[in-house]
Design a protein around this ligand. Sequence first.
Ligand SMILES: [Zn+2]
Length: 131
Amino acid sequence: METKTTKADFKTFISRVSYWASKLGVTNYEFYFVHRDLTDTDYDGSVATVQMNYLSKSAIFTLNAQWTESCNSKSLDRTAYHEVLHLLLYHLTYLASCRYGVTRNSLDEAEHSIIRSLENAQFGIGFNKLN
Ligand SMILES: [Zn+2]
């Protein structure tokens, strides 16, 4: 089932990203927000992304206009939390990626393992049940 995210969803996403960034102390970046369809991009299938620039300390949060799952305030909150955690871990993963022998995939997997644990601690393990 595909769902289109609305302007109101985008406002909620911005609000929740701002909330989590403030709560987690991730405040040394300049934030930009984009609401667009990520189909036919490298992020096809993602509900949102964050693209960061380590040197300029900027972060672009994009909410996908096209979701493959239902969208509600709880899923938007969890999505915002997920993307802010990527930003929280970015310095660490950036430095680790500079080390010889560490692949981008292994770092991405380790980063998502930490993020899933923190998501489940915040929102509960059963949140992602299908049906
Ligand atoms: Zn992620």
